[in-house]
Design a protein around this ligand. Structure first.
Ligand code: A2P
Length: 307
């Protein structure tokens, strides 16, 4: 079976999961099915991705018992006042009775206006719900494991200041914090903070998002060559060896399969990858446009200029 980490709930979570953001309906069911058939047991979904029905169809088509799978979904910003409603809709679309992990997608409550996903003010700015805090959302999240509809709860795109605030009054420590993380944005400070608190860090866009730009890096390529491996295996294994869950997205069966095959990097290679972001011009956020990064103060202070 796949290598796993342990959550602070005691549950096992496979170290590599299939990312499904930007996987188009029409492609994603097949991607999920082929991932599970090639050995994946972990699928990362979200309400906002708009493809939960297809993700669910792929899970069903793969025919693996539900108990063997680890499925995550995320509460969208317009549902901060009613995370359970977002969970219910997601379960319905996925065709599942429960998820293994439910995350707050961003620490940014937006006003709920019908079906609008990102409601805007008249001046074009995002309609933030200023009467509501992410900590209040967390209080509602804390009630959800008891419903049986999610096994664990966590957060996504939380910076250290947000986590500090959350932990002050939290009854449940988040099981994970899922953030943009790759060698150009290694999040060293945030990873250490999370690990010290028992929060498992998860990497979205581990290849650098669309087109996998991190895979073109010279260092990544030379390490790949030395291992006769694919550059994607280098960056995914780098995450895994740091104790970080990697969620590579692909809709290409051959890549999906390769991405789940971890290699063993030397201490020297780990160090080089850890320091790659220090090279001139390398430290960047690659997920663009990232509407919420600035609002959420998403990154550890050290690295980069927010966009
Ligand atoms: P595709 O889905 O067409 O296979 P990230 O996980 O950082 O968001 O990166 C996703 C991007 O990387 C997608 O464009 C995906 O393309 C591409 N990708 C995924 N796996 C690989 C791989 N092993 N080699 C090259 N590109 C990959």
């Amino acid at each position: 079976g796949q290598k796993t980490f342990k959550l602070n709930t005691g549950a096992e979570i496979p170290v590599v999961g299939l990312g499904t953001w930007q996987s188009a309906p029409g492609e994603v069911a097949k991607a999920v099915e082929s991932a599970i058939k090639s050995g994946y047991r972990h699928i990362d979904a979200a309400w906002i991705y708009g493809n939960s029905e297809e993700v669910g169809a792929g899970i069903k088509a793969a025919g693996v018992p539900r108990s063997e799978l680890f499925v995550t979904t995320k509460v969208w910003c317009t549902y901060h006042r009613q995370p359970e409603a977002c969970l219910d809709e997601s379960l319905q679309m996925l065709g599942l009775d429960y998820v293994d992990l439910l995350l707050i997608h961003w620490p940014v409550p937006l006003q709920k206006r019908g079906d609008e996903k990102i409601p805007l003010n008249e001046d074009g700015s995002r309609a933030i719900d200023r009467e509501w805090t992410p900590e209040q959302t967390w209080e509602l999240m804390e009630k959800l494991p008891a419903t049986g509809k999610t096994k664990a709860i966590g957060v996504s795109n939380w910076s250290i200041p947000y986590l500090e605030k959350l932990l002050t009054n939290a009854k449940i420590v988040p099981a994970v914090n899922q953030v943009e993380l790759h060698p150009f944005l290694p999040q060293h400070e945030l990873v250490k903070y999370c690990q010290d608190k028992g929060i498992l860090p998860q990497a979205y866009s581990p290849l650098g998002s669309s087109g996998g730009p991190v895979l073109n890096d010279e260092l990544v390529q030379s390490i790949a060559k030395a291992h006769k491996a694919d550059p994607a295996q280098v960056v995914i294994s780098w995450a895994a060896q740091r104790g970080v869950v990697a969620l590579p997205k692909s809709v290409t069966p051959s890549r999906i399969e390769t991405n789940s095959q971890l290699i063993v990097l030397s201490d020297e290679e780990m160090l080089q990858l850890n320091e790659l972001h220090k090279q001139e011009g390398k430290a960047v956020r690659l997920v663009k446009p990232n509407h919420f990064a600035a609002l959420a103060a998403n990154d550890s202070a050290e690295q980069f200029t927010p966009i």
